[in-house]
Design a protein. Structure first.
Lengths: 427, 165
């Protein structure tokens, strides 16, 4: 089927203003949802569409909404919209925020109707100053037009959107870390249960959805679940925003159906590996996800296919490395990141991330031993499934993923006493 | 940007106080305005000194430690002064692949300081930071929380320093 884009405007088009967005049919889906669809009908439509979260975990969006209590309960309910986008290799939500902010606002209105939310809080990472300005302006425009605020859109309900800023901590992209942060605290994740649908923002029932996830909703309401399911694969439906970076000729964000092959994204859309070099390694979905080798490039970029390939779709942030890149150095950069970003409350993560970094540095410097490679695996084992949140698992997967996929290169560092690729990028 | 090296007597300005108070009604609890409050303060003063942390605690009905633990948890807040132009270079994977190390080294040579330091006159500091979310336009640099400077290369640093002034 022909490719149809519904998340990002065509190149050169400016959809940032309310007027421009309306000219594309914007806010029709919100009007229809508010005036002709019950909350249950919206949830059923989104469930039927097969939409899965675009923030990394891929949980069913309609199913998540159905965990929320029925409207009219003792506590107000909220949407916490995750725009923290700090998974390295991921820069897709920024495209929506900076280029199509009203799409997100419309998605929030429909989501708010579905779960009976009093308000949505959009948590943007603090570094996204342009996105903050663009989205704030869109929210103000929508409020001035009566689409937000009291009796919004002409219904007997109030719903508003507030935009807030984080301050540089990766852990605040974790859903309960974000909730803590939005409450004005350190972003240390909470133990679950209770889950946010029971005890979220300020102790109230809360649905946490990623920016791109919410931005998928207007198209589903406008075109229907059946249409949505014609895009992608049976278990990974719709378009998604793949971000591709690293050693390619045309890095950027590409809106494509889920299930597009990695090869097509690299070779057709991103223009192939730079300078005619050979492909060596690809991280498929942000650095938390285990790396793939060049031989696996025909894998489809959807949840099931990547799971079969031993990794996960994550955020769809693709990082491409050519044959010049040292895999130990790549692992160092990522281990350094997790060491910096661990929130420190779980011992396995706090200590494990530090030791993984130290061991990798030692190996890269030529002072590593064969025993160090075993220790990396051991530490990784201690870090998985042992902690409050998944940062520890991600740090372990990244390090052991590089080691398992490129073991001979690690062993060459140890046996040769130096990096066999001295011309590689520097960590 | 105002001088942030004025000494220990820094206080919340009326403008920042008003901005913070305008933020409070957006949330069911005043404490939720804390992160935004700290951004307002840092935009004016360049950092968030202890004296001002106490003031913002009183304003939001918090204990001073509840402010300080937030200031010190989040990498974007500086408890102590940084350079008047705080140059942050992303060194995460996409930027590393695009030569971020060379960018850091070039800045260090030009400014005569190491990453993590500030020049003696307080004009510049360099920081290595984690992914800024600009991987398709690596290397990404951000100065004082202004819009990103993208596609930075070691041979473009003279231009970059001219731009940041």
């Amino acid at each position: 089927m022909t490719l149809e884009r519904y998340l990002l405007p065509p190149d050169g088009a400016d959809w940032r203003s309310l007027e421009a967005y309306r000219q594309t049919g914007g806010y029709e889906a919100a009007r229809r949802a508010l005036h002709s669809l019950t909350s249950e009908a919206v949830i059923e439509e989104v469930k039927a569409s097969g939409l899965r979260g675009r923030g990394g975990a891929g949980f069913g969006t309609g199913q998540k909404w159905s965990f929320m209590p029925k409207p009219g309960g003792p506590k107000p309910t909220f949407i916490a919209c995750n725009g923290d986008e700090s998974e390295p290799g991921t820069f897709k939500d920024r495209q929506i925020l900076e280029r199509n902010p009203h799409l997100l606002v419309e998605g929030l209105i429909i989501t708010g109707h579905a779960i009976g939310a009093r308000a949505a809080y959009v948590y943007l990472r603090g570094e996204y100053v342009t996105a903050f300005q663009t989205l704030s302006r869109a929210v103000e425009e929508a409020r001035a037009a009566g689409l937000l605020g009291s009796r919004h859109g002409g219904v007997e309900r109030d719903f508003d959107v507030h935009v807030m800023r984080g301050a540089g901590a990766y852990i605040c992209g974790e859903e309960t870390g974000m909730i803590e942060s939005a409450e004005g605290k350190k972003g240390q994740p909470r133990k679950r249960p209770p889950f946010p649908a029971v005890y979220g923002l300020w102790g109230c029932p809360t649905t946490v959805n990623n920016v791109e996830t919410i931005s998928q909703v207007p198209a589903i309401i406008r075109r229907g679940a059946a249409w949505f399911k014609t895009i992608g694969t049976p278990t990974s439906t719709g378009n998604t925003l793949y971000g591709i970076s690293g050693h390619v000729n045309r890095p950027g964000v590409y809106e494509l159906p889920l299930g597009t092959t990695l090869r097509e994204i690299i070779e057709v859309h991103a223009g192939g590996v730079r300078n005619g070099h050979r492909l060596k390694a690809v991280i498929p979905g942000g650095v938390s996800m285990p790396v793939l080798s060049a031989e696996q490039v025909d894998v489809r970029m959807d949840h099931d296919s990547l799971k079969q390939a031993g990794t996960l779709l994550g955020t769809g942030g693709i990082v491409v490395m050519d044959e010049t890149a040292c895999m130990v150095r790549a692992a160092i950069v990522i281990a350094r990141f997790f060491r910096h970003e661990t929130c420190g409350q779980c011992t396995q993560c706090r200590e494990g991330t530090a030791w993984l970094y130290k061991l990798l540095r030692r190996i890269e410097g030529g002072q590593g031993s064969a025993a160090d490679l075993v220790t990396i695996e051991q530490i990784g084992g201690y870090m998985e499934g042992q902690t409050i949140c998944a940062l520890s698992d991600a740090a372990a997967w990244a390090a052991t993923g590089f080691l398992r996929r490129f073991r001979p290169e690690f062993e060459a560092h140890v046996s040769g006493g130096r990096c066999p690729l001295p011309e590689s990028f520097e960590p | 940007m105002s001088d942030h090296r004025a000494g220990p007597t820094l206080t919340l300005s009326d403008a920042v106080k008003q901005a913070i108070l305008a933020e409070v009604p957006k949330y069911p609890e005043p404490r939720s305005a804390l992160l935004m409050a700290l951004h307002f303060i840092q935009a004016e003063l360049g950092h968030v000194p202890i004296s001002v942390q106490r003031e913002v605690a009183a304003l939001l009905g918090l204990r001073p430690i509840e402010v300080r633990e937030v200031v010190t948890f989040y990498p974007m807040y500086h408890e102590h002064p940084v350079g008047k132009r705080n140059i942050q270079v992303c060194v995460n994977i996409a930027c590393a692949l695009a030569g971020a190390r060379g960018v850091v080294r070039g800045l260090e040579q030009r400014l005569g300081i190491r990453a993590g330091e500030r020049t003696a006159d307080g004009a510049y500091s360099i920081q290595e930071v984690q992914c800024l979310g600009s991987c398709g336009t690596a290397v990404c640099v951000q100065v004082n929380n202004q819009p990103f400077i993208e596609n930075v290369r070691p041979d473009g640093l003279d231009d970059l320093l001219r731009t940041v002034g």
